[in-house]
Design a protein around this ligand. Structure first.
Ligand SMILES: C[C@@](CO)(OP(=O)(O)O)[C@H](O)COP(=O)(O)OP(=O)(O)OC[C@H]1O[C@@H](n2ccc(N)nc2=O)[C@H](O)[C@@H]1O
Ligand SMILES: Nc1ncnc2c1ncn2[C@@H]1O[C@H](COP(=O)(O)OP(=O)(O)O)[C@@H](O)[C@H]1O
Length: 332
């Protein structure tokens, strides 16, 4: 049982899908996919604190000094307020995660969650899922439920397709709806430049745009008749070999064209990334964040600087990094 004001701080990573193959749309409204996830060094932090008051409360900030914080002002200039768009109520993914752990505990007080976000909001990088993963681990440690990784992953599945991966981290193949994970080898770090947008794309909207395209293509199979995709061997080989040129040649995302159709202003930014020296660029998940793969750390720094000079916000990151992990704990 925690003492009041005991707290646990956990970090969890954002992700890039280095390959994302979308198969048939199931009756549950979810597509069967073959996703190759890579966790990258853009981290969410969640601090869970025990409170006397029952219930779950929540505060959110953009991590000071992060690219997200520096973009917030520009977003406001364009009438977009992504910080304000994050739910502060029980629908927040971190609050839903805390509720699941609270329900498994005998703690009769409540929990306050403090979210410090560095992953672009509605950016296709699984920021909300990382918050949920971090909240699961933080509340499990705070409330002494000792649920263990498998039970936490099962709770995570109920919250969203990307949550189990944010718990696991590293590199993994995700089958089913993206939650059936098999870790993959990537012994050498890859260097990326992330270009966050000043707006979000809704994940269901990107999937729907893909389905509409598949329906419209003359002679194409409808979204429910696409074959179930298999994990791409060439992508796994390039990851295992630590070969950025090989990986650049096989990056693929079935949601890329739908995302670029929904946000055509991303096309010239992708071209700028390549002109600045990236090996290849891809839309991350359902977008709009762009992930530019670079040869090494120096090249990633140079690409980010070059884009910065063109007034395109860009942040170098590496991957793979680990999944949700406890950073500190205070009190009982
Ligand atoms: C596209 C991906 C790629 O990793 O990531 P994001 O771009 O959102 O980060 C994921 O599949 C998203 O994961 P996540 O954002 O957790 O999705 P969820 O909340 O579970 O689902 C939101 C909605 O996306 C659609 N969805 C999601 C996963 C899937 N395999 N098939 C789907 O069709 C469904 O319409 C669902 O209602
Ligand atoms: N903790 C959270 N952080 C961000 N968004 C959240 C959170 N909880 C719920 N949401 C909702 O989920 C949507 C998708 O958020 P996010 O996970 O950032 O993007 P994506 O699914 O593109 O990776 C947001 O637009 C927001 O409405």
């Amino acid at each position: 049982m925690p003492g009041t004001r005991s707290s646990v701080t956990v970090s969890a990573p954002g992700k890039v899908n280095v390959s994302f193959l979308v198969g048939p749309l199931g009756a549950d409204g979810y597509h069967r996919v073959a996703s190759v996830y890579q966790a990258v060094s853009l981290l969410e932090h969640v601090t869970a604190t025990a409170t006397d008051e029952p219930g779950i409360s929540l505060s959110v900030e953009f991590t000071p000094g992060s690219v997200l914080a520096s973009q917030a002002r520009r977003q406001l200039d364009t009438g977009v307020d992504l910080l304000a768009s994050i739910p502060r109520d029980a629908t927040n993914l971190a609050a839903r995660a805390a509720a699941l752990v609270l329900a498994s505990s005998d703690w009769d007080g409540g929990v306050h969650l403090q979210l410090s976000k560095a992953v672009p909001v509605a950016g296709g990088m699984g920021g909300g899922s990382a918050d949920a993963a971090a909240a699961l681990v933080a509340c499990d440690a705070l409330l002494g439920t000792a649920l263990g990784h498998r039970a936490l992953a099962r709770l995570g599945e109920q919250l969203g397709a990307d949550v189990p991966f944010a718990l696991l981290g590293g590199v993994a193949v995700g089958l089913g709806t993206g939650t059936e994970l098999t870790p993959a080898l990537a012994p050498v770090p890859f260097h990326w430049v992330l270009v966050p947008a000043r707006f979000g794309i809704s994940t269901p909207q990107a999937f729907t745009a893909l389905d509409e395209h598949r329906r419209a293509v003359a002679g194409g199979a409808g979204p429910d008749r696409i074959p179930v995709p298999a994990p791409p061997a060439d992508v796994l080989h390039a990851l295992r070999a630590g070969d950025p040129h090989g990986l650049a040649a096989v990056l693929h995302n079935d949601l890329q064209e739908p995302a670029l159709t929904l946000a055509p202003q991303l096309r010239p930014v992708l071209a700028e990334g390549l002109a600045a020296g990236a090996l290849a660029g891809i839309v991350s998940g359902s977008g709009p964040t762009l992930a530019l793969l670079c040869i090494d750390e120096d090249d990633a720094e140079a690409v980010a600087t070059s884009l910065g000079h063109r007034d395109i916000p860009a942040v170098p990151v590496t991957g793979p990094v680990g999944g949700a992990q406890i950073l500190s704990r205070t009190g009982g």
